[in-house]
Design a binder for this molecule. Sequence first.
Ligand SMILES: [Zn+2]
Length: 70
Amino acid sequence: MDLKKRPCPSCGGTMTRGTRPETITLGGHSLTYDQPGWHCHDCDDGIIAGADNEAGDAALRRLKEMAAGA
Ligand SMILES: [Zn+2]
């Protein structure tokens, strides 16, 4: 079994491992970062698990600093 593919729990389609640009906004500031995770090719679903969340946490910390005027 290909470790970079898994079935989508929502639609049964094909999910692959990769990054996709994700934009978060806070207090009028926005930040786009590369979010690693599983993304479905057949619907718009995605799975972000475990260490993948660290990218989002880091981006959120940076955005909070920007919003605070740092
Ligand atoms: Zn799907």
